[in-house]
Unconditional design. Structure first.
Length: 181
């Protein structure tokens, strides 16, 4: 199978389960931003120490593939019912909240804004957080034109909080103090 099809050469792309839309369509922007977030998390996971929250970050990447697949369908509710791989429920949001709470317990309380950076791992997690916020904004735009699956917006909101918390935790584990604003 070839990676190129030439079908997108005229500025349109296929949706899963059929249909074509312009590549500038708000739906394509939304799932493209989710894809970019997935790549940013992959970069953050690869930076040393590569074992830092490795299982958690991989599970998030798998969630983001699920979300991207749901977004890339014109009728995501029907598709989710038909595809077991696209099952996505409240337990995923609860898992993010549990990870935030666990990480927060090992850090000093946050009293000021924190400048992104510190360790390389922390800087990459902060970058992933900002990509997450952009993806969230794209999802809100899509939700104003068409529906976004119910749990996707809360998940993305919690995910940006988790990425911020993990960035701080990466600095704690590297014995680097947060740089406050």
């Amino acid at each position: 199978m070839r990676i190129y099809t030439k079908k997108g050469d005229q500025g349109t792309t296929s949706l899963l389960r059929g249909g074509r839309v312009p590549k500038h369509h708000v739906r394509v922007t939304a799932y493209g931003d989710v894809d970019e977030l997935n790549a940013a998390i992959g970069v953050a996971a690869a930076v040393n120490p590569s074992d830092f929250e490795q299982q958690l970050l991989e599970k998030i990447q798998r969630d983001l593939f699920t979300i991207g697949s749901m977004l890339a369908t014109a009728n995501h509710d029907t598709t989710v019912q038909q595809d077991e791989k696209l099952k996505f429920d409240e337990t995923r949001i609860a898992a993010l909240e549990k990870a935030i709470d666990a990480a927060t317990e090992s850090m000093l309380p946050l009293e000021k804004f924190v400048l992104p950076g510190g360790s390389e791992k922390s800087a990459m997690l902060h970058l992933a957080r900002t990509v997450c916020r952009r993806a969230e904004r794209s999802l809100v735009s899509l939700d104003h034109e068409d529906s976004v699956p119910t749990l996707v917006l809360p998940y993305m909101n919690r995910l940006s909080d988790l990425l911020f918390t993990l960035a701080r935790l990466a600095n704690v584990r590297a014995a680097i103090s947060d740089r406050e604003w």
